[in-house]
Design a protein. Structure first.
Length: 113
């Protein structure tokens, strides 16, 4: 099973980006899907998580600006990021949980003018 994340890049403050993460291989009954991020010199932190039924949870720092969604038929999770700030700059990692936890390779988001 591999998770392939995409959509990162350079964006100006106030801008938007949409991250995607698709699972390939034999993966079944995915429970939670989510996004973490790790900024330079900091620990990895949870950004957002979504259950199989669609319940969501967000870090306080992104509430009202980020939206997580999933497509169960495509084994894909999305993160719509709006009103981006410099402090959102980080490598973003997707994760999916079945009976074990899978991680994507990370995609870099840089927010800078």
């Amino acid at each position: 099973v591999q998770l392939q994340a995409s959509g990162g890049g350079l964006v100006r403050p106030g801008g938007s980006l949409r991250l995607s993460c698709a699972a390939s291989g034999s993966i079944f009954s995915i429970n939670a899907m989510g996004w973490y991020r790790q900024a330079p010199g900091k620990q990895r932190e949870l950004v957002a998580i979504i259950s199989r039924g669609g319940s969501t949870n967000y870090a306080d720092s992104v509430k009202g600006r980020f939206t997580i969604s999933r497509d169960n038929a495509k084994n894909t999770v999305y993160l719509q990021m709006s009103s981006l700030k410099a402090e959102d700059t980080a490598v973003y990692y997707c994760t999916m949980v079945t009976h074990i936890q899978y991680w994507g390779q990370g995609t870099l988001v840089t927010v800078s003018s």
